[in-house]
Design a protein around this ligand. Structure first.
Ligand code: S3P
Length: 422
């Protein structure tokens, strides 16, 4: 159990670690490209390190130094059969993307992960992949993937999920003919951008993606921007804490990820976005946030995939906003690292919050007096960081049962957080 220390105000400058989604993809696509990929800004969180381990186990030489990750790509057909079961730790992205990538290989693979991964549904990837000819045993980890010849399909997605979409795109690189994927809502498009830059046969038109069988990917150096999903904790902290003024440098601003900015602005947050630029095809900016008077909002529909990982911390912001915040269309929260509808509503209620779970989200009435509590993270990194912010403005002492789980996406979170106590 770790006590959450309180800071007096949050002021100063931080640079959040690299984007988790882009870091995974940089290693995966670098491994199957021809040539060497140098990745700067890579997130050395547990999830992305799991991806590195899996590719090393498939014969890819990956050098890790303080500043640069170097992936010696072996081409689309250069992976070798791993000697033992691949272990993906807590990482849903590693697990699901590997299902797509490994379905069309000439060897079989077994994959498993930690207790949370073994509870997360894999049918959402194995079922559409089976339409391409993939043969994957089990709907939960451990999975047994039999390498098969794949054929292109036209597939209308049933969930708004970048993991499912990317699994299909990766399989499509190996499939005979064309694959057409129609999304229901636009989800993060880092794979499409990176593959386009590497010379894959891929075309995006609104919600439709066309991928052709690809002979060769050309390695590209990749500068990973800071993760907006990690910046989110400081955006909310700066907005809710009195007398705050935080500048967050080098934040990835891909429009498929910036739903949190739209929501915070809508709630009345004092945000300034500046130094806008582009780094290896991804928009990047610096953001300044100052203490703000927030009010409740309605969040639902097409914005949900653009802020799905930020909903626990958006719910935290709603606790300090005047009036009601209603989150709908977010049933995907139930299949994240933990059931985040239940985890958020149970833990927030412990300190006196007015929060009600619904089938597809939650309703929060803000500005209720909050008292400290002994919080459970359910091993979920985003719960741990959201609760740390909540605890700052709750009366009395709070603890976390598992503060270490922040290492999944933000190993230096507490150093950065307490460093703002100026
Ligand atoms: C991710 C996609 C999202 C997100 C996850 C990372 C990715 O999951 O929640 O943290 O890198 O593709 P879904 O695609 O299941 O929504």
């Amino acid at each position: 159990m770790t006590e959450i220390k309180k800071i007096r105000r949050a002021a100063g400058e931080i640079t959040v670690p690299g984007d988790k989604s882009i870091s995974h993809r940089a290693v995966m696509l670098g491994a199957i490209a021809d040539g060497t990929t140098k990745i700067t800004g890579f997130l050395k969180g547990a999830d992305c390190l799991s991806t590195i381990d899996c590719f090393r186990a498939m014969g890819i030489d990956i050098e890790v130094t303080d500043d640069v990750i170097t992936v010696h790509g072996k081409g689309l057909y250069g992976l070798k059969k791993p000697e033992k079961m691949l272990y993906t730790g807590n990482s849903g992205t590693t697990t699901r993307l590997l299902c797509g990538l490994l379905s069309g290989q000439e060897f079989d693979t077994d994959i498993t992960g930690d207790a949370s991964i073994c509870r997360r549904p894999m049918k959402r990837v194995t079922q559409p992949l089976s339409l391409m000819g993939a043969d994957i045993e089990n709907e939960y980890c451990p999975l047994h993937i039999k390498g098969r010849k794949l054929s292109g399909i036209t597939y209308d997605m049933t969930v708004a999920s970048a993991q499912v979409k990317t699994a299909l795109i990766l399989a499509a690189l190996y499939a005979d003919g064309e694959t057409i994927i129609n999304e229901i809502e636009k989800s993060r498009d880092h794979t499409e951008l990176m593959l386009g830059a590497m010379g894959a046969d891929i075309e995006v038109n609104g919600l439709t993606i066309r991928i052709g069988k690809t002979d060769r990917l050309t390695a590209q150096d990749i500068a990973v921007p800071g993760d907006i999903s990690s910046a989110a904790f400081f955006l909310v902290l700066g907005a809710v804490m009195p007398d705050s003024d935080i500048v967050i440098r080098n934040v990835g601003m891909n429009p498929t990820r910036t739903g949190i900015i739209d929501v915070l602005l809508d709630m009345g947050a004092d945000l300034e976005i500046f130094n806008e630029r582009v780094a290896t095809g991804e928009p990047v900016a610096d953001i300044r946030v100052r203490s703000s008077k927030l009010h409740g909002v309605k969040i639902g529909g097409a914005i949900i995939p653009r802020l799905i990982d930020e909903l626990p911390v958006i719910a935290t912001a709603a606790l300090f906003a005047e009036g009601e915040t209603v989150i709908t269309d977010a049933q995907e929260l139930k299949v994240k690292e933990t059931d985040r509808i239940k985890a958020v509503t149970d833990e927030f209620a412990k300190c006196g919050a007015d929060i009600t779970p619904t089938d597809d989200g939650m309703v929060i009435v803000g500005k209720k007096p909050l008292k400290g509590a002994d919080f459970k993270t359910y091993g979920d990194h985003r719960m741990a960081m959201s609760l740390t912010i909540l605890a700052q403005l709750a009366d009395g002492k709070s603890t976390l049962d598992d503060a270490e789980c922040v290492s999944v996406s933000y190993p230096e979170f507490f150093e950065d957080f307490y460093g703002l106590d100026n």
